[in-house]
Design a binder for this molecule. Structure first.
Ligand code: HAM
Length: 416
């Protein structure tokens, strides 16, 4: 019986993995250049961690299960809650702000389609300990620089859930959460129906429906302030920094985010070429630590949808140059030479199938080897290896030091 992989999961072959790793390397490099350091959390957590504040949408999609000890656990659907739990457990006394980044797989029981998987990867950062507009400016710029460096065709939208929450301040929490979810889904019809059902006053409904339509340059902030009475000073200062950094964005007060923990600035990036699942980044400022037994610490962060980015990113990894060390009845010598070459940063492959020289060279062709080094009796006696350029077919006889120099000057893959 052939066993298929579970729905919504993927296998990655070497070419794809090399592309993924090259993209991941750019993300890590830029995050590290901002002083962010990598952390890792468990793949599964207590279910409660995600039910406290992540919101209905996430709860419905959770891979939740009981372990043999009867504990309620869940595969992580995202990493913000785990990172904050880690912060409360391990680092609450460390000097703030803390700058963490992660690259990890997440699990959501969603209907699979292009760009939407049940297992997917997020690259994210969390900046813990500041409620300043500067913290928002830093993480937004960081996300922007990554997407820019990857040459993605994207649009960044920035909003502030504080305005919507301010309007909804007298609405019961559960009902307000449904309002936020409908706005997040851009389900205006459903929103109007829900506002009617919860008997929202006419002026409140009108204000919400007008607010979520506000989108454009930073001048829409004034309209938003007039509409809601909310102080937009934080957003103005944030825009000043972003403008001075050359970050391009659209103010969009219809961003509600699918997760319930956001309290202030929120942002999303959308890209071309992905169809309906075009959101490649989501983030914002939030408060979670006090819900997990810590002090009330403001934080901000984002997660990039790694798989969606891989789908549209044109970056190609550097080709690795492979050298095949072929032999004629001298397997040990081939193993020894390959070992030496590898210690000098050269990717060397030797025969493990006990094949003839002809078949070893034919395999070198199959794996696109750039060179084949041949070891036979003649080579051992003369102390000179035969190196064959697989593209031109030309051969040279070289002593070890010259061979090393020749290969090193012709290969792209070197020991870092
Ligand atoms: P999120 O918007 O739920 O935010 O997820 C972040 C990104 O993960 C999305 O923008 C999307 O690109 C990608 N994503 C989500 N679901 C899937 C899926 N089923 N398949 C493929 N990609 C997917 C968060 O998770 C927050 N924790 C972000 C954050 C960090 N906020 C503050 N800090």
């Amino acid at each position: 019986m052939k066993i298929e992989r579970p729905r919504g999961t993927r296998d990655f072959l070497p070419d794809e993995m090399e592309r993924r790793r090259a993209i991941e390397a750019v993300m890590r490099r830029i995050a590290e250049s901002y002083g962010y350091r990598e952390i890792a959390t468990p793949t599964f957590e207590h279910l409660e961690l995600f039910t406290i504040k992540s919101g209905e949408g996430i709860i419905e999609e959770m891979y939740a299960f009981k372990d043999k000890g009867g504990r309620d656990l869940a595969l992580r659907p995202e990493l913000t809650a785990p990172v904050v739990r880690l912060f409360v457990n391990e680092c609450s006394v460390m000097p703030k702000p803390l700058r963490f980044y992660y690259f990890a797989n997440c699990f959501r029981y969603e209907r699979p389609q292009k760009g939407r998987y049940r297992e997917f990867w997020q690259f994210g950062v969390e900046l813990i300990g500041s409620s300043s507009y500067l913290a928002d400016a830093e993480v937004i710029t960081l996300a922007y620089r990554i997407m820019e460096e990857l040459k993605l065709d994207f649009e960044l939208h920035i909003g502030h859930v504080g305005l919507l929450r301010h309007l909804l301040r007298d609405v019961e929490e559960e009902k307000a959460a449904i309002v936020m979810r409908l706005i997040d889904k851009k389900d205006v019809e459903g929103l109007i129906k829900h506002l009617e059902e919860i008997k929202a006053p006419q002026d409140l409904s009108e204000a919400i429906l007008s607010l979520i339509e506000l989108s454009g340059g930073r001048d829409v902030l004034k309209d938003a302030s007039e509409l809601t009475g909310f102080d937009i000073g934080h957003m103005e200062k944030l825009c000043d920094v972003l403008d001075s950094m050359g970050v391009e964005y659209t103010i969009d007060l219809g961003i509600a985010r699918g997760l319930d923990y956001y309290t202030g600035v929120v942002f999303e990036a959308y890209a071309e070429g992905l169809g309906a699942q075009n959101q490649i980044c989501g983030g914002g400022s939030y408060r979670l630590a006090h819900l997990f037994g810590g002090e009330d610490v403001p934080s901000t962060g984002f997660a990039l949808g790694f798989d969606r980015i891989v789908e549209i990113c044109k970056l190609t990894p550097e080709e690795k140059t492979v050298v095949v060390v072929a032999n004629v009845g001298l397997e040990n010598e081939a193993f020894k030479l390959a070992d030496l070459l590898r210690r000098h940063g050269i990717c060397a492959i030797t025969d493990v199938m006990e094949r003839s020289l002809k078949r070893q060279l034919s395999f070198a062709n199959d794996v696109n080897a750039r060179f084949a080094v041949i070891i036979g009796k003649k080579e051992i006696e003369s102390g000179r290896y035969t190196v064959k350029d697989m593209a031109s077919g030309e051969s040279l006889q070289l002593e070890f030091d010259s061979l090393l120099e020749y290969l090193s000057s012709n290969i792209k893959y070197k020991k870092s």
